[in-house]
Write a protein that binds this ligand. Structure first.
Ligand code: FE
Ligand code: FE
Ligand code: ZN
Length: 277
């Protein structure tokens, strides 16, 4: 095959796994991301084993690699309210149980917002949550997403993600998903100083923990702490910076998922733009 780069986009999971696999292939993708349930956090459909079996066969035939499951973004494992934290724990644990039907993939979540309790307390609560839901022998790596730092979000500094992982007992089950819009908004200049940012990531977290990349341009300027995604090449990062980032020798083996404001034809175009040599 000419190009083994793993790139895809966020797809709707409402019609099941086989449908997502076919949709991915139809837009030139060989990975994809999906919400494990309604992004606002409602009850999940039980896994349809026939659909999963058909998907796994289709994925093997079409070279679909590691896929990225995304937890509902409304979960807050470091809320000040115990009921909210409990809801996050139950949801994450239930998602991980269902992820066992598609072993060997990754499950990404937003670390949470400390809502005035302070970063330290937030880090502690997130790690406590992970220590309750991770089970030795599980076949899914859990990823913390790098955040833009809006409001009281935890995880906009590499040190915060490292501190969470540091407190987790089963560190072998943990990784990080880097979102290009988020890190740029957070003040990591991957446009002008990508080498320095990757060196810093490696020093603070370890590049071996990096398991997936969200490829997004940003509607806002550098270090704005906003988190509004833009189409590739139409935002403050620009096409060239994003293109060289996804082709960086230290990153090019990872799954890349677009989360840009697009329908399928727009995603197909961006995948083609980023794949071209
Ligand atoms: Fe996300
Ligand atoms: Fe993201
Ligand atoms: Zn975002």
């Amino acid at each position: 095959m000419k190009d083994q780069m793993k790139i895809g986009c966020h797809l709707s999971s409402s019609k099941g796994f086989l449908h997502m696999g076919k949709e991915a292939v139809s837009i030139g993708a060989n990975t994809f991301q999906f919400f494990t349930r309604n992004p606002r956090g409602s009850r999940a459909k039980e896994i349809n084993e026939k659909d999963v079996a058909a998907y796994l066969e289709y994925a093997a035939e079409h070279g679909i690699g590691t896929v990225v499951a995304h937890a509902p973004y409304t979960l807050n494992p470091c809320s000040a309210d115990e009921h909210t934290r409990e809801f996050a724990r139950l949801t994450l644990a239930d998602d991980l149980r269902r992820m066992e039907y598609i072993p060997g993939n990754v499950y990404n979540f937003h670390p949470g917002s400390h809502v005035g309790q302070g970063i330290e307390r937030g880090i502690e609560l997130i790690a406590d949550t992970l220590n309750e839901i991770l089970t030795p022998g599980q076949h899914t790596t859990v990823l913390l997403e790098t955040m833009a730092g809006k409001g009281s979000e935890v995880g906009s500094r590499f040190e915060e993600l490292a501190a969470i992982i540091d407190r987790v007992e089963h560190k072998d089950l943990m990784g990080v998903c880097l979102d290009t819009c988020h890190v740029y908004d957070a003040g990591y200049d991957i446009v002008n100083h990508p080498e320095e940012v990757l060196e810093e990531f490696d020093r603070v977290i370890g590049l071996n923990r990096l398991k997936a990349i969200h490829v997004n341009d940003s509607k806002n300027p550098f270090a704005s702490h906003k988190d509004r995604h833009e189409k590739i090449g139409e935002g403050s990062l620009g096409f060239e910076a994003l293109y060289s980032f996804v082709h960086h020798p230290k990153l090019c083996h990872l799954p890349f998922c677009l989360e840009t404001p697009n329908e399928l034809p727009g995603y197909a175009k961006e995948i083609e733009m980023l794949r071209q040599k």
